[in-house]
Design a protein around this ligand. Structure first.
Ligand code: SDX
Length: 377
């Protein structure tokens, strides 16, 4: 008799490869990108600098940063064909479907050869970093019945995104909070969408195919779709006084509470305090009773979840409400996650290729035993 192999459902606890890009230091519950604590990067560095760090392994010096920014700004506009094709997608589809289709289109249109070299990959990654915000902003405006606003090469990455969405740039504090969310969302080791990108890459498929698949994986509410789901949940509860009663009902119905729990963190997501602090600043400056009520509800649900289940919020919990307060439409929240995570995905694609092994696990079969095929009746 053979003993059944040990099965790791959901690959929980499985170490699938090595990486030099990021890690969570368990003792201090601190996330580092290329060795730098993410809270220090969020406090002191721009999202463009973090993108450079993830791709090249080092923060850029001033000359490199100038060059990086100039290249990113030049790549932002969409060509006419792409804009027209995306504008033809039905408005009933989710903004993540638009983004997934956009990445696939970029792949079909890219005339440059994918020789698998890091240089080719970095060029394609920068193009995606620059163009995805243009797609997200145009799509949000289309759904509001508004014409797209072209990118402004005089503005930084975060400022330009607000400009393309709303036709204006908010106060520096709001821009800063958005930039902090981009830095925090950028990279998180072998999460489901990054691992998806690595699986596709491991077959020696191309970068756009890997990113298209990653967008699909991020869309689900157990992963990136949770930041959108958090806002729907807060809307459903409505009143801070209902938080506990709503939670008890939802838990009794075995519902997953969106924005809570994490596969890796059992004692709280290392990114939450930084994002919660940014959210608190947004709430404080709003001075609007509607905003205060939402913040009170948000805090009440967090406390109730900790009391009932001992489960902490993940990054999507404060980020969801923060994006709402910044004025973004709820279905656009997960696309904002994509705009940031494109950096981590592409860093992992390059790393996977540099040190490739086909990703192909085994399964423990528990279907019917071998049996004869009956003759057709
Ligand atoms: C992201 O991996 C990453 O790094 C992801 C991410 C990144 O940066 O890439 O951090 C981004 O995806 C954050 C997660 C966003 N998802 C959600 O907020 C959806 C709600 N959360 C969950 O469904 C859940 O917590 C997961 C999916 C995040 C993690 O699930 P696991 O590791 O498979 O854990 P589990 O579902 O087996 O839960 C263990 C226990 C269960 O109870 P028991 O059956 O043991 O009694 O905890 C309970 C669960 O029911 N539980 C929850 C819960 N999370 C865990 N119960 C209710 N609501 C929850 N949110």
């Amino acid at each position: 008799t053979t003993t059944a192999p040990e099965v790791h459902r959901g690959l929980a606890g499985v170490v699938a490869d090595t990486t030099r890009i990021s890690t969570v230091i368990q003792e201090t519950n601190s996330l580092t990108y290329r060795g730098y604590p993410v809270q220090d990067l969020a406090a002191r560095r721009s999202f463009e600098e973090v993108a450079h760090l993830l791709w090249y392994g080092e923060l850029p010096d001033p000359a490199r940063l100038r060059d990086f920014r100039a290249r990113e700004r030049a790549l932002r506009p969409l060509d006419r064909t792409t804009s027209e094709l995306l504008a033809r997608l039905p408005e009933t589809c989710h903004p993540m479907d638009v983004l997934r289709t956009a990445v696939s289109l970029f792949g079909a249109e890219d005339p440059t050869e994918d020789d698998g070299s890091p240089a080719a990959h970095r060029a394609k990654s920068l193009t995606l970093l620059a163009r995805l915000p243009t797609v997200v902003a145009a799509d949000q405006r289309r759904r509001r019945g508004l014409a797209p606003i072209p990118p402004d090469p005089g503005l930084g990455y975060a400022e330009n995104f607000f400009h393309m969405c709303f036709g204006s740039v908010p106060d520096p504090e709001t821009v800063r909070c958005f930039e902090i969310s981009l830095v925090l969302y950028a990279e998180h080791s072998f999460n489901a969408s990054t691992f998806t990108a690595r699986v596709v890459t491991s077959t020696l498929s191309d970068l756009y195919s890997a990113v298209t698949a990653a967008v699909g994986a991020l869309k689900g509410p157990l992963h990136g779709g949770a930041n959108e789901a958090v806002m729907h949940m807060l809307d459903e509860i409505g009143d801070p006084g209902r938080a506990e009663e709503w939670l008890d009902g939802a838990l009794a119905a075995k519902r997953k509470i969106m924005g809570f729990g994490h596969r890796v963190y059992r004692h709280g997501d290392s990114r939450v305090p930084i994002m919660q602090d940014a959210l608190d600043r947004l709430v404080a400056r709003a001075a609007d009773p509607g905003v205060t009520r939402k913040a009170t509800l948000h805090a009440a649900l967090r406390e109730a979840m900790l009391n009932r289940k001992g489960i902490h919020p993940n990054l999507d919990y404060p980020a969801g409400l923060a994006y709402h307060l910044m004025g973004f439409d709820t279905p656009a929240f997960t696309p904002l996650f994509v705009m940031s995570r494109i950096t981590g995905w592409t860093a992992h694609i390059t790393e996977q290729l540099a040190h490739n092994a086909l990703i192909r696990p085994l399964a423990s079969y528990d279907g019917p035993r071998q049996r004869p095929v009956p003759a057709p009746e």
